[in-house]
Design a protein around this ligand. Sequence first.
Ligand code: KIV
Ligand code: ZN
Length: 522
Amino acid sequence: MNQEKLIIFDTTLRDGEQSLSSSLSVQQKVRIARQLERLKVDVIEAGFPISSPGDFESVSTIAREIQRPVICGLARLVEKDIIACGKAVKPAKRPRIHLFVGTSAIHMEKKLKKSEDDILSMVKQSIRLARRYVDDVEFSPEDAGRTGLDFLCRVVEHAIRCGAKTINIPDTVGYTTPEQFGAIFDDLFARVPNIGEAVISVHCHNDLGMATANSITAVSHGARQIECAVNGLGERAGNTALEEVVMGIKVRHDLFRHLRMAIDTREIMHTSRLVREICNMPVQANKAIVGANAFAHSSGIHQDGVLKARQTYEIMTPESVGLRENRMNLTSRSGSHMVKSRLAALGYNGPEVDIAEFYGRFIALADKKGSVYDDDLVALMEAKNAGDLADRFTLEYLNVSSGLGTVATATARMAHDGKTEQEAATGDGAVDAATKAIDRIAGFKITIEHYHLESVTEGREAQGKVTMVGRAAEGVFVGTGTSTDIVEASALAYMDIVNKIARMKKFRRKLPQQKSSMADEL
Ligand code: KIV
Ligand code: ZN
C-alpha cells in the first residue's frame, strides 16, 4: 500500500515551555532537543525568538546543533518578530517560520481590533517577508476552532496563495468536540480550492480533555501533521500528548494503514522522563502511556490474565514504549499465581517452595505494608518464622534543625539488640543529616540512588510518602515511609532500608542481581 507520511511536530520547547513556572536554560532546551531528535520527531518548534534574548539564543543554538528534524520558530504577523525568527532559525539545515494570528471574531475584535480584510493583508505581507528568510512557512489561524467557517476557508486559501507550505488548524482553547472538529476539516477540504498545495496540520489543547481525540479525528479527516508535546505539556491543560497520539495511531494500525510515522516509539519513556525531570513537571501515575501505572496490573484477576496471555489486558507491550518490563504491583489483591511467578523470577522455583504456605505469609505482609517489593519477597522467603521479620532497629527519637544559612544537624536515638544508642550528624540538608545520624548507629554504608516524594492526601496536612532506593554491599533495597512531616517520612523510609539490610545480613545471602533494575523502574 502507498503510505502517506504523518508528520510529528513537537512543540514541547515552545507551547510546552510557555506553561512552565520558570523558563528553561539554553542547555536544558538543547538536551531535550537532542532527545527529540533521537525520538525521530519530524519538526521541533524550538521557541518564540522575539519573546526574550534567551529564547532567541535557544532557537539559534538548536538550529545549529540539531541536524535531522526541521527547526521551527514562532512569530506573530509583526515585522520584528519575523526578522528575529528568520535570524534565529537561519543556521538550521531545514529552517521553518511559523506565523500565527487570531481569526475568530473574539480575537479579531477584542484582542487585535482588526477587520477580516486587515487580517488578510497582514497575512500577505508577513508570509512574503518570512519567505525572504525561509522556503518553509507555516501559517496558523489562531482559535480556528471558534472561527467562522467562511472566513476560515478564505484565510486558509489566501495564506496558501501567498506561499504558506503548511496550514495549521489550532483548537486554541480546547473547545471543539471530535465530531465538530472533523466537520471543520471536511469543510476545508471541500471548499478551499488550493488546499492540495499545502500540508494540513492540527494543534489541539486539552481544556476539556479532548485534545488526543480531536487530533486523531483530524487525521482521519485529512490532516497530515500533528502538533503535540511530550507528557502533554502546554498552555493551561496542555497540548495533545505526543505519546498518546503516536501510540494511538500505531496501536490502531488497523485504522491507519495508509499512514507512516518516523517516530522510534522505544524512545518515548526516556523522553518523557527527561522532560519530566528538566521541566520539573510531574506526570500523574495513571497518565496514558507514560504514567507509573500505565503498565502495572494491580488486581488479581488482571495479573492472572496477563500471566496466561499478555494480550488479555495489554493492548501494547511496555517494551514498545521503551519500558523494559511491566511492573506487577504486588498488593494484598495479588493472586497466588502472580506471587509464584514473581518468586520464580527471583530464583525461588524449586520443589522446596511451598506456595500455599508462603502465600498466607505474603498476604499478612501485604496487609501491613500496602505494596510488596522484590526485596520484601526475598526476606519473607528467607524468614523461617515471624520473629525473623521483626525490625532490628527502631527509631525512637529524631530531632532535626535546618534553615537558610544554617548547617543542618540531626540527632537520632535508636533501639537495637537490647540497647539504645544516640548519635548526631550534620549534612547537606535535613534529610542528609538525618540519614547520616542513622548511619552512625546502624553502621551500614548505603548510597541512595533514587528518592521520590509524593503526597498521599491533599491539603496542608497532607501525608507525604517517601520511596527511596538504597544500594549497599548486600544488594539494592526499596524503603518507604509515610508521615505528615517529610523529613520524618524520609527517615522512616531510610530505616526501612536499614532493617532490610540487617535482615539480609542475617540471612547471609545476596539478593539476585536482577533487582537493581527496580531502581530504574521507580
Ligand atoms: O494554540 C495555539 O493556537 C497556538 C498557536 C500559536 C499555533 O499555540
Ligand atoms: Zn497552542
